[in-house]
Design a protein. Structure first.
Length: 141
Protein backbone atom coordinates (compact mmCIF):
# COMPACT_ATOMS: atom_id res chain seq x y z
CA UNK A 1 0.00 0.00 0.00
CA UNK A 2 1.36 3.40 -0.97
CA UNK A 3 1.61 5.95 1.82
CA UNK A 4 -0.69 8.94 1.83
CA UNK A 5 1.12 12.27 1.71
CA UNK A 6 -0.31 15.20 3.66
CA UNK A 7 0.00 18.93 3.45
CA UNK A 8 0.21 20.75 6.77
CA UNK A 9 -3.39 21.89 6.24
CA UNK A 10 -4.61 18.33 5.60
CA UNK A 11 -2.82 17.09 8.72
CA UNK A 12 -4.28 19.95 10.78
CA UNK A 13 -7.77 19.05 9.57
CA UNK A 14 -7.42 15.65 11.30
CA UNK A 15 -6.43 16.97 14.72
CA UNK A 16 -9.95 16.96 16.20
CA UNK A 17 -10.48 13.39 15.04
CA UNK A 18 -7.06 12.36 16.39
CA UNK A 19 -7.65 14.04 19.77
CA UNK A 20 -10.94 12.15 20.19
CA UNK A 21 -9.57 8.83 18.97
CA UNK A 22 -6.43 9.01 21.12
CA UNK A 23 -8.56 9.83 24.16
CA UNK A 24 -10.75 6.80 23.43
CA UNK A 25 -7.62 4.63 23.15
CA UNK A 26 -6.27 6.05 26.43
CA UNK A 27 -9.52 5.36 28.30
CA UNK A 28 -9.76 1.84 26.88
CA UNK A 29 -6.12 1.12 27.72
CA UNK A 30 -6.79 2.16 31.32
CA UNK A 31 -9.84 -0.10 31.38
CA UNK A 32 -7.79 -2.92 29.83
CA UNK A 33 -5.09 -2.66 32.52
CA UNK A 34 -7.70 -2.52 35.28
CA UNK A 35 -9.40 -5.63 33.88
CA UNK A 36 -6.06 -7.46 33.74
CA UNK A 37 -5.63 -6.83 37.46
CA UNK A 38 -9.18 -7.94 38.23
CA UNK A 39 -8.72 -11.10 36.18
CA UNK A 40 -5.45 -11.93 37.95
CA UNK A 41 -7.16 -11.63 41.34
CA UNK A 42 -10.16 -13.68 40.24
CA UNK A 43 -7.86 -16.41 38.87
CA UNK A 44 -6.16 -16.65 42.25
CA UNK A 45 -9.51 -16.91 44.03
CA UNK A 46 -10.79 -19.58 41.63
CA UNK A 47 -7.53 -21.56 41.70
CA UNK A 48 -7.44 -21.52 45.50
CA UNK A 49 -10.93 -22.99 45.60
CA UNK A 50 -12.21 -20.30 47.92
CA UNK A 51 -15.87 -20.16 48.85
CA UNK A 52 -18.10 -18.75 46.13
CA UNK A 53 -15.65 -20.10 43.56
CA UNK A 54 -18.46 -20.85 41.11
CA UNK A 55 -19.67 -17.24 41.26
CA UNK A 56 -16.08 -16.09 40.92
CA UNK A 57 -15.62 -18.42 37.94
CA UNK A 58 -18.59 -16.81 36.23
CA UNK A 59 -17.23 -13.34 37.01
CA UNK A 60 -13.81 -14.40 35.71
CA UNK A 61 -15.37 -15.50 32.43
CA UNK A 62 -17.34 -12.24 32.18
CA UNK A 63 -14.25 -10.12 32.85
CA UNK A 64 -12.26 -12.15 30.32
CA UNK A 65 -14.92 -11.51 27.68
CA UNK A 66 -14.99 -7.82 28.60
CA UNK A 67 -11.19 -7.71 28.28
CA UNK A 68 -11.44 -9.15 24.76
CA UNK A 69 -14.08 -6.57 23.85
CA UNK A 70 -11.95 -3.69 25.18
CA UNK A 71 -8.95 -5.05 23.29
CA UNK A 72 -11.04 -5.13 20.11
CA UNK A 73 -12.15 -1.52 20.71
CA UNK A 74 -8.53 -0.42 21.10
CA UNK A 75 -7.54 -2.15 17.87
CA UNK A 76 -10.56 -0.69 16.07
CA UNK A 77 -9.54 2.83 17.16
CA UNK A 78 -5.94 2.20 16.05
CA UNK A 79 -7.24 1.00 12.69
CA UNK A 80 -9.29 4.16 12.20
CA UNK A 81 -6.10 6.19 12.66
CA UNK A 82 -4.20 3.96 10.22
CA UNK A 83 -7.05 4.20 7.71
CA UNK A 84 -6.55 7.96 7.49
CA UNK A 85 -2.94 7.40 6.41
CA UNK A 86 -1.53 8.65 9.72
CA UNK A 87 1.15 6.78 11.64
CA UNK A 88 0.55 6.32 15.37
CA UNK A 89 4.16 6.84 16.48
CA UNK A 90 3.73 6.80 20.26
CA UNK A 91 0.34 5.89 21.64
CA UNK A 92 1.09 6.80 25.25
CA UNK A 93 2.40 10.28 24.41
CA UNK A 94 -0.13 10.75 21.63
CA UNK A 95 2.44 11.28 18.87
CA UNK A 96 1.22 10.98 15.30
CA UNK A 97 3.24 11.27 12.09
CA UNK A 98 2.06 12.16 8.60
CA UNK A 99 4.07 11.53 5.45
CA UNK A 100 4.69 14.82 3.70
CA UNK A 101 6.87 16.46 1.09
CA UNK A 102 8.57 19.60 2.35
CA UNK A 103 11.15 21.42 0.22
CA UNK A 104 11.19 18.48 -2.23
CA UNK A 105 12.08 16.03 0.56
CA UNK A 106 9.92 13.27 2.04
CA UNK A 107 9.55 13.88 5.78
CA UNK A 108 7.16 13.12 8.60
CA UNK A 109 4.99 15.95 9.81
CA UNK A 110 4.80 15.41 13.56
CA UNK A 111 1.94 16.23 15.92
CA UNK A 112 1.52 15.44 19.61
CA UNK A 113 -1.73 15.31 21.59
CA UNK A 114 -2.39 18.68 23.16
CA UNK A 115 -0.82 20.71 20.36
CA UNK A 116 -3.33 22.89 18.54
CA UNK A 117 -1.80 22.23 15.12
CA UNK A 118 1.11 20.60 13.31
CA UNK A 119 4.23 22.67 13.97
CA UNK A 120 7.02 20.10 13.68
CA UNK A 121 8.59 17.64 11.27
CA UNK A 122 10.97 14.69 11.59
CA UNK A 123 13.39 13.20 9.11
CA UNK A 124 12.45 9.86 7.56
CA UNK A 125 16.02 8.80 8.29
CA UNK A 126 15.41 9.43 12.00
CA UNK A 127 12.27 7.31 12.07
CA UNK A 128 13.16 5.83 15.47
CA UNK A 129 14.01 9.21 16.92
CA UNK A 130 11.65 11.54 18.73
CA UNK A 131 13.65 14.60 17.63
CA UNK A 132 11.20 17.06 16.13
CA UNK A 133 12.20 20.20 14.28
CA UNK A 134 9.99 23.28 13.90
CA UNK A 135 8.35 23.75 10.52
CA UNK A 136 9.69 26.74 8.66
CA UNK A 137 7.77 29.80 9.81
CA UNK A 138 6.17 27.99 12.77
CA UNK A 139 7.02 29.12 16.27
CA UNK A 140 8.55 26.38 18.34
CA UNK A 141 6.68 25.51 21.52
Amino acid sequence: MNPKFFTVEEANALIGFLENTLERIRRNRQRYLWLLEEIAILKLIVECGAQKASRDSVELEEKTQELKAVEAEIEKARATVRDTGCILKDEERGMVDFFSIQNNTVVYLSWKKGEDNVKFWRSIRDADSNVRRPLEGSPST
